[in-house]
Design a protein around this ligand. Structure first.
Ligand SMILES: Cc1cc2nc3c(=O)[nH]c(=O)nc-3n(C[C@H](O)[C@H](O)[C@H](O)COP(=O)(O)OP(=O)(O)OC[C@H]3O[C@@H](n4cnc5c(N)ncnc54)[C@H](O)[C@@H]3O)c2cc1C
Length: 347
């Protein structure tokens, strides 16, 4: 779980590589005692000769240097030709030289494959598709022979426009206007390039609007502002801002609590000597209230819904838990503050 390969250095790959490394350095080191940020390796592999090829120039160079400073290994001009459970095979574009890179986790961010539903639409309407299965729609987003079926967003391609959120949002608005009769059916879509941006990691992003190019903190603030504006409703915006404050200014990553619920350890039980006498209720597998006790194995294997409520300390780090009351020496395997412990620390 500690070595990652991210394939493709478009906005998605750059964001993922930057975020994984940042999580490792800012979150893992803080929360999982025996993992340091440096233990986590992230390699970003890109077939083109630069990171974020559509941006190019100063912006691509800035992104590459920022990722490298953050500890990401950036490999450009190299194609991934094979992936298996132990790693990936890389082939240098210029020389044809191949080499193996081992990793437990490989993330594909080098382009999207359309949802299976695109195949159904293509078959029923005679719509052409490109290699990735995306529908080659008409300029009003109608699909194949049908003049009342529209497809938008990542599952379609039109005029080689980038499969990114501006294309999906503008396409959505255009189709909505046609359906509502605000513009005549069959009106050709006109894409408006409002600029592009990509986030690298905390405090670093790049932005291009017309001829204006921004990097670093200002671009990062702009990235946040734009994403906030496009969120629907005040409540969502408020939650996003609070969550960003927790993540960017503090070290909170609530989603990790949910993930670590998969490895529950009851601290009191864990510290009990093996030969401690069991109560009758414990022997019978029922709680003091008479309710059946949660089975730890089932808890681990089942999905979130319907699972027993997590330990209280999971819900709030500020509440005192039995774990937080104990002091741990620096080198001791330290249970997670939430009362949960990383698998190798527990073993
Ligand atoms: C990590 C990452 C970073 C990105 N960064 C950027 C960026 O910086 N800038 C940018 O412009 N773009 C970025 N993108 C791309 C952008 O997110 C997509 O282009 C955009 O979201 C496409 O919109 P969409 O509506 O087509 O698909 P989505 O936003 O993926 O929405 C599709 C929705 O349909 C739901 N769905 C799927 N199948 C079914 C089904 N059978 N029934 C019901 N619901 C279903 C999905 O759950 C999902 O909610 C990024 C993407 C990723 C993954």
């Amino acid at each position: 779980m500690l070595s990652f390969i991210v394939v493709g250095a478009g906005p998605t790959g750059v964001e993922l590589a930057g975020q994984i490394k940042e999580l490792a350095q800012r979150y893992f080191a803080e929360s999982i005692g025996n993992i340091k940020g440096e233990d986590v390796t992230v390699t970003l592999v890109e077939g083109a000769d630069k990171v974020l090829p559509p941006f190019g120039g100063k912006l691509s160079e800035y992104s590459k240097v920022s990722l490298e400073k953050a500890g990401v290994d950036v490999v450009v001009g190299t194609m991934v030709t094979d992936i298996d459970e132990h790693g990936a095979t890389l082939k240098t574009a210029n020389t044809g030289e191949t080499r193996r890179l081992t990793a437990e986790t490989i993330i594909w961010s080098a382009g999207i494959q359309a949802n299976d539903f695109a195949d159904v639409l293509a078959e029923r309407t005679g719509c052409e598709t490109v290699r990735s299965g995306r529908l080659l729609v008409d300029n009003d987003f109608t699909v194949g022979r049908a003049d009342n079926i529209y497809a938008i967003g990542d599952m379609v391609t039109l005029d080689n426009l980038p499969a990114q959120s501006p294309f999906a949002m503008q396409g959505g608005r255009h189709v909505a206007k046609m359906i509502l009769g605000k513009v005549p059916a069959g009106t050709a879509f006109q894409y408006r390039d409002k600029g592009s941006m990509a986030i690298i990691n905390r405090f670093r992003a790049i932005t291009r609007v017309g001829k204006i190019e921004l990097t670093g903190f200002i671009a990062w603030v702009l990235w946040l502002a734009v994403h906030l504006v496009y969120l629907v409703g005040f409540r969502n915006r408020y939650i996003a801002v609070m969550s960003w404050c927790g993540s960017f200014l503090g070290h909170r990553r609530p989603h990790f609590y949910y993930a670590q619920e998969l490895e529950p350890v009851a601290p009191a039980e864990a510290e009990k000597p093996a030969d401690a006498p069991k109560t009758d209720a414990a022997k019978a597998g029922v709680s003091k209230t008479g309710a059946p006790k949660a089975d730890a194995t089932k808890h681990r294997a089942s999905g979130r819904r319907g699972r027993p409520r997590p330990p209280r300390a999971c819900l709030s780090r500020s509440r005192r838990s039995p774990v937080s009351e104990r002091k741990f020496s620096r080198n001791e395997a330290r249970p997670h503050r939430s009362g949960l412990v990383a698998r190798d620390a527990r073993d």
